[in-house]
Design a binder for this molecule. Structure first.
Ligand SMILES: C[S@@+](CC[C@H](N)C(=O)[O-])C[C@H]1O[C@@H](n2cnc3c(N)ncnc32)[C@H](O)[C@@H]1O
Length: 187
């Protein structure tokens, strides 16, 4: 019973809810962002920890959302977000950052220098993911992606398989709703 109460509280915290309406919020957020809720600070820290050098540059963050990962990245990082509420939040909260209202797929396709990519774009139930994957493959071939870190909810889902010479399941974070697996890809 305590475990269920703990999970419920964690879900409310991740959703940043004041009310107890967890179920309807989960449903609407899943439709809106392709994930059950924003990453917990524990998952964000695990993604950050999976980066070989989190202070290197340039770094681009795809799908910054409400900034769980953004806040851990260096100020030089560029963060992309399309959804208006999240974009406004990021710009207000991180006025010194480059927060761009730009599509991750176009941005990755047009990379002009070797870049570290941190992707929070969902790979399941996302009709655009195949295009993002193709853009990553093409930019990787041009030598424009040196490392990519992302997360999935299933260990069998390796979203960027076959693109990089090194692909590693870098960790499992259970303090997230749902628990998530962090992936690191390198040349
Ligand atoms: C699963 S949320 C992740 C949010 C946050 N980074 C986190 O980990 O909690 C995915 C985010 O990607 C954004 N997004 C989806 N497709 C995108 C695209 N093509 N370009 C930029 N952002 C996109 C969504 O608006 C959403 O905020």
């Amino acid at each position: 019973m305590n475990a269920i109460a703990g999970l419920y509280t964690a879900t409310r915290a991740q959703l940043q809810l004041k009310s107890a309406n967890v179920i309807s919020s989960i449903a609407s957020r899943t439709r809106a962002i392709g994930a059950i809720c924003e990453s917990s600070r524990y998952l964000a820290a695990r993604m950050h920890g999976a980066m070989t050098d989190p202070n290197a540059a340039p770094i681009v963050e795809l799908g910054a959302g409400f900034g769980s990962v953004t806040q851990l990245l260096p100020e030089s990082a560029v963060s992309l977000e399309l959804e208006e509420e999240r974009l406004n939040y990021l710009r207000e909260t991180y006025p010194n950052r480059r927060v761009l209202d730009e599509c991750a797929i176009q941005f990755v396709s047009n990379l002009q220098e070797p870049t570290i990519v941190v992707s929070c774009i969902p790979s399941v139930n996302n009709p655009e993911f195949a295009r993002l994957r193709a853009a990553v493959a093409q930019s990787r071939q041009r030598g424009m992606i040196t490392e990519l870190v992302t997360y999935t909810y299933f260990p069998t889902n390796n979203p960027f398989s076959g693109i990089f010479s090194v692909e590693q399941l870098a960790g499992l974070e259970v303090r997230n709703v749902p628990p998530a697996f962090v992936w690191r890809y390198k040349c």
